[in-house]
Write a protein that binds this ligand. Structure first.
Ligand code: IPE
Ligand code: IPE
Ligand code: MG
Length: 262
């Protein structure tokens, strides 16, 4: 693991996190359902778009901290398949913030060796957004220190149906026998195939306790962390608290825990 540099969290949290990183007790892959932007703005009598704008600042600071701590993958749920049903003005505001983010963050991704990976039904994205994503992905393809995965026009059920359809096509063409379909082969057809591992920790902000069609397959053994903090307020200390809680969990994967007696 890369040697962690100091983070911007409070000094005592910072020391604890660095210790956990050195002990290998931090998650390799964190995935976040970034929720609560609209409520954050409405509580301040501001338009929902302003919540998304401040939320983009949280994306910047959490990405920076994840990189400094040596995480392998940070996956962010930025726009769900179902979010297309929101008013056109809100969808447009979200997509233009995304394009702005890609442009403004490319120098930082270059400097800190971050690879960008978009995940989802990208064909649905308007052309300028798709071009922005493709350009940034191409420019960062060889970067290895961390992968920043953005789930866009993403739905976990849609992803599973898509994978089934791809395998069915291979079977129909005689390239694959049904008995050769196993978990590994199925995973190769998921949109998350370019990621090194499934999420160890899934965080959801804003107090909601549901997956909302996020990583249905990949979350089979993830740890979950729910916080009432809304995404625009989710910064270094809130992320540190989630990581410290993760380090306390005991993952058993159906086996017996370390403390079990025979
Ligand atoms: C999360 O905040 C951002 C997206 C889903 C794109 P919301 O926009 O869902 O905010 P709330 O949940 O309405 O407060
Ligand atoms: C999930 O949040 C999608 C993203 C964070 C991008 P939503 O706000 O869309 O989910 P629901 O509607 O509360 O389930
Ligand atoms: Mg929401």
């Amino acid at each position: 693991m890369a040697r962690p540099e100091p983070t911007a969290a409070a000094p005592d949290l910072d020391a604890r996190l660095r210790m956990l990183a050195l002990e290998g007790r931090l998650p390799r892959h964190v995935a976040i359902i970034m929720d609560g932007n609209g409520r954050w703005a409405q509580a301040r009598s501001q338009p929902r778009e302003q919540g998304h704008r401040v939320g983009a600042e949280s994306v910047r600071s959490i990405t920076r901290m994840a990189r400094q701590l040596g995480l392998e993958t940070l996956t962010l749920y930025a726009f769900s398949e179902q979010n297309w049903s929101r008013p056109k003005t809100e969808v447009e505001a979200l997509l233009s913030l995304l394009v702005e983010f890609l442009t403004s963050e490319l120098p930082e991704m270059r400097r800190t060796d971050i690879r960008l990976q978009a995940i989802g039904n990208l064909a649905k994205m308007p052309l300028p957004v798709r071009m922005g994503l493709e350009t940034t992905m191409a420019a960062t393809r060889a970067h290895r220190s961390m992968t920043l995965a953005l789930c866009l026009s993403y739905g976990g059920r849609e992803e599973i149906v898509h994978a089934a359809r791809m395998l069915a096509r291979q079977v129909a063409k005689g390239e694959l026998r049904p008995d050769d379909i196993d978990e590994a082969r199925f995973e190769q057809q998921l949109w998350t195939a370019p990621l090194a591992s499934p999420p160890d920790l899934i965080i959801r902000t804003s107090g909601e306790q549901r997956l909302s069609n996020f990583l249905c397959w990949q979350s089979a053994y993830s740890e979950f962390y729910f916080t009432p903090v809304e995404w625009p307020d989710f910064r270094e200390d809130a992320f540190a608290a989630a990581l410290i809680e993760y380090a306390r969990r005991e993952r058993r994967f159906g086996g017996l825990g370390a403390g079990a007696k025979g």
